[in-house]
Design a protein around this ligand. Structure first.
Ligand SMILES: *Cc1c(COP(=O)(O)O)cnc(C)c1O
Length: 459
């Protein structure tokens, strides 16, 4: 197969990239000196770089390529849709078949009650939209005073101004002199770091009750919503104790606060359920969707709105929000093909019943003897490994971020993509990964963590 762009040498690509391209979340000075890695093709769970290295992608791109790389059927659907109707808008009393079929299909795979969907291009825009939906809902009920939104420290909700304001990443807030107002952050349910002598169950309840305290402080009549990732993704694959979400839900219902689940990573099978909130056993009012919605083949985001929220909004008249590409026909067509494949090929079921449990068990067994791995958190095909100086006392490294980067350097050298977030190493492979590919992934991850331990004199 000929490539879309003519071949250049790695050096040439790196030089052009350094000359003209500013990367997200990067220190461009040092990156331009070192040179970026150039990824040229992909198939299944593997990537190839411009030097010909074959790399196993333990992160499904950026948590999004749920269906794996190289699906011809998705490419063909995009091609056909581009020829038939590459673009038309959904403003001005207009619609088109792809967005209609996608909405129907989403209503089938989403839990009961989620029958209405608003489209955008990314998870960040999805959370911007969620804010708009929340405010419109309370306005439609004649309660515009409910305007505060409560989120959590170390949450990730995207990088638009609203997404980053909702998120709890201090380093992002620092570079943002004009955040969206009326957003408050409570602590994250990160037992390994903050649980002290409490059991995980006790700690989960204590964290959830911070929400209640914050609502009482602000006054329930002033609080619109709580937003959270069912498990924190970019924050380090932090799985809350089981006691956490049921208590959050109780509090939201008691004080009449909307419960917004950011399912951008958790959605479309990551935990083995279609949506991660189903794994944790709670029922949100809205779901932010992106990433796995199209498996990253083309950009798309959406907000799923429970009918109890959608109906008053629909009855209230104009909703003054929309994007040129809301419900983009090519993205919608690809999303339909992607979701049908995830469902009809049994990919999500296999994560739940077979590959997910196998991955979790293999990973835990492979790391049980590593002195610097204090915890393996996760379910289905997502895991966070806590680096620790002392397992018994859950003591974290003083320079945890450096240890994470040390480990990531070993991963680079071993053709493994495993992400480092501070002192946690993260895995979230494509959902189509086979058992033998899981063996390879786990073996490489364990090897790189063993090399890290040895480098630190701990093995
Ligand atoms: C990635 C992510 C987002 C942002 O999505 P973009 O498509 O990058 O804008 C929002 N929320 C969560 C939980 C995410 O992981």
């Amino acid at each position: 197969m000929t490539t879309v762009f003519a071949d250049r040498s790695t050096r040439e690509w790196q030089a052009l990239d350094a000359a003209h391209h500013i990367h997200p979340f990067s220190d461009m000075g040092s990156l331009n000196k070192a040179g970026s890695r150039v990824i040229t093709k992909a198939q299944g769970v593997y990537l190839w770089d411009s030097d010909g290295n074959k790399i196993i992608d333990g992160m499904a791109g950026l948590w999004c390529v749920n269906i794996g790389y190289g699906r011809k059927d998705l490419a063909e659907v995009a091609y056909k849709q581009m020829l038939e109707l590459p673009y038309y808008n959904t403003f001005f009393k207009t619609t088109h078949p792809p967005v209609i079929e996608l909405s129907k299909l989403l209503a089938e795979v989403a839990p009961a009650g989620f029958e209405h969907f608003f489209y955008c291009n990314s998870g960040s825009e999805g959370n911007d939209t969620t804010l708009r939906v929340v405010h419109q809902y309370w306005a439609s009920l004649g309660k515009p005073g409910k305007k505060h939104v409560i989120s959590r420290k170390n949450a990730y909700h995207g990088s638009t101004i609203a997404g980053a304001s909702l998120g709890g990443m201090g380093y992002m807030h620092e570079q943002m002199p004009s955040p969206v107002p009326n957003i408050e952050h409570i602590d994250q349910p990160y037992w390994f770091a903050d649980g002290g002598a409490l059991t995980p169950a006790e700690f989960g309840l204590q964290c959830a009750r911070q929400l209640e305290a914050k609502i009482l402080e602000l006054g329930a009549d002033n609080v619109a919503a709580f937003i959270g990732e069912p498990f924190q993704g970019a924050g380090g694959v932090i799985f809350p104790p089981e006691s956490y979400w049921p208590e959050i839900q109780r509090i939201c219902r008691q004080y009449d606060i909307l419960l917004c689940a950011d399912e951008v990573i958790g959605g479309f099978g990551r935990t083995g359920e279609w949506f991660a909130h189903q794994h944790f056993g709670f029922e949100p009012d809205t779901m932010t969707l992106a990433k796995g919605l199209t498996s990253g083949y083309v950009p798309m985001g959406a907000v799923a709105i429970h009918k109890r929220i959608a109906e008053p909004i629909i009855a209230a008249g104009d909703f003054n929000h929309g994007l040129t590409y809301s419900g983009h026909p090519v993205a919608a067509a690809v999303a339909v093909a992607n979701i049908k494949a995830l469902r009809d090929e049994g990919i999500v079921d296999r994560v739940k019943n077979e590959t997910g449990p196998y991955f979790q068990k293999s990973l835990r067994e492979a790391l049980s003897g590593n002195a610097i791995v204090g915890e393996v958190a996760g379910h289905g095909l997502v895991a966070g490994m806590q680096l620790t100086e002392d397992r018994a006392s859950r003591k974290r490294f003083a320079n945890g971020g450096d240890v994470g980067l040390l480990c990531r350097d070993f991963c680079f050298k071993n053709n493994l993509i495993m992400r480092a977030t501070g002192d946690r190493m993260l895995l979230s492979p494509p959902l189509v990964i086979s058992k033998s590919e899981i063996d390879e992934l786990v073996e490489k991850a364990a090897h790189c963590l063993a090399l890290t331990a040895r480098e630190l004199g701990r093995a």
